[in-house]
Design a protein around this ligand. Structure first.
Ligand SMILES: [Zn+2]
Length: 402
């Protein structure tokens, strides 16, 4: 098995991620948003992209993980599977737009007077229309009906009360005969709701009164209003649609360390792999079944190499970090672990925010230089004395510091 080498020929890891990002954006924009592409095809494309990113070697970080936003532990690639799902929602949204000849044709062909929200999927329906119907559940969490006095919503079946229909609120056991065939117009008069006539419970009556009516005789319209997004003023936005369907994860604690302002891209990515514990150190390579001639750390040549050892139990790397910490951070934390050092930086009160930022930059730069030195020793047979590494870190920090 190949190992993603040090600066493997051509583009760096970061460069390959950027390239894949642009390819994915192009696919998302010009292809997926207009045609329903089979899921298997999408997965195949994603597989090719992942293979390219890892240069045909070990996939140290899963594709799904890379596709998370940076705040949630990814590198912000877009998942084509989620783009495809969002495109399905977009299609369903387009169908709902009253007045489009396409949706009128689809409705007359397949719905034939049945209600869109409760119509069951029929085998005779076309693939796109089945797709539209399958997306109803997610779609309704993202849209809101702007009620006008015209009030054409089906009183019983349409989801007009905070995204729910009367049928759903009262339950299917309720006899809806009294409401069948009625539209909201029947309980609006003079621009206000009049639910009294239909003997709803006081609570339901109150919920109905909460539904805003825009006083104009124009028809009702659907507005795009996904939770947590206010941009677009009711107009469809693919970005918020994507956000609606993609998987969500907790924020990572080390976000500032990895993606903080000023840090060079190559350093961001080594910090990123470090935070996830995915740098391919020799202990991990052995676990992946890669033959490693010697499991020892190439810096100290005494202990076995692992992420914990390199950052910073190894006396060589620790001497590099401790010297900087003494010089610039007013002391040395006791814990020889990058996470503890990060915590120590965060806990150092009485300093300005820019101090913590610089300290994190310094730590990330040290990580990158140590990793580079390790790779140069292994793959190129070159070695730099710690004092020169320290010097190189200093000049990089100087360039990146605010
Ligand atoms: Zn060592």
């Amino acid at each position: 098995m190949r190992v993603e080498g040090w600066q493997a020929a051509g583009l760096s890891f970061g460069g390959r991620i950027e390239l894949v990002q642009s390819v994915i954006s192009a696919i998302a924009l010009f292809w997926l948003q207009s045609i329903m592409v089979p899921l298997a095809t999408i997965r195949k494309i994603e597989g090719i992209c992942a293979k390219f990113i890892w240069h045909g070697g070990i996939h140290a970080i899963s594709w799904e993980q890379l596709c998370r936003p940076r705040k949630e532990g990814g590198v912000g690639l877009r998942s084509l599977v989620s783009v495809r799902e969002a495109a399905g929602i977009k299609l369903a949204w387009r169908f709902l737009q009253d007045g489009s000849p396409w949706s009128a044709w689809m409705a007359s062909r397949y719905l034939r007077g049945r209600n869109f929200w409760v119509c069951e999927i029929d085998n005779n329906f076309s693939v796109p229309f089945k797709h539209i119907l399958r997306n109803r559940t997610v779609l309704r969490t993202a849209i809101r009906r702007k009620m006008r006095e015209g009030g054409e919503m089906d009183l019983w079946l349409d989801p007009w009360i905070s995204g729910q229909s009367l049928l759903e609120i009262l339950g299917p056991q309720t006899d809806g005969v009294a409401y069948r065939g009625l539209t909201c117009r029947h309980i609006i008069s003079g621009g206000v709701w009049r639910p009294e006539e239909y003997r709803f419970t006081a609570q339901l009556g109150e919920e109905i009164r909460q539904v805003q009516i825009t006083p104009t005789v124009l028809s009702d319209v659907w507005v795009w209003a996904p939770p947590g997004h206010s941009e677009g003023a009711g107009e469809f936005r693919f970005r918020s649609c994507y956000d609606l369907v993609r998987p969500h994860f907790d924020d990572i604690e080390e976000y500032d360390f990895v993606w903080g302002k000023g840090l060079a891209r190559k350093m961001q990515l080594s910090a990123y792999k470090l935070v996830l514990g995915r740098l391919l150190t020799r202990d991990r390579l052995l676990r992946f079944g890669v033959p490693v001639p010697d499991p020892k750390c190439v810096l100290c040549e005494t202990e076995n190499e692992s992420i914990g050892h390199l950052f910073f139990q190894c006396h060589v790397t620790w001497s590099i970090w401790a010297e900087q910490s003494r010089r610039h951070l007013g002391g040395v934390g006791r814990e020889r672990d990058f996470r503890e050092i990060l915590k120590w930086i965060g806990d150092c009160r009485g300093h300005e925010q820019s101090w913590a930022r610089r300290a994190r930059l310094r730590l990330a730069a040290s990580v990158w230089h140590v990793w580079r030195e390790r790779n140069r020793r292994i793959y190129e047979g070159l070695s730099t004395p710690p004092v020169s590494i320290l010097h190189n870190i200093e000049s990089d920090v100087l360039v990146m510091s605010p």
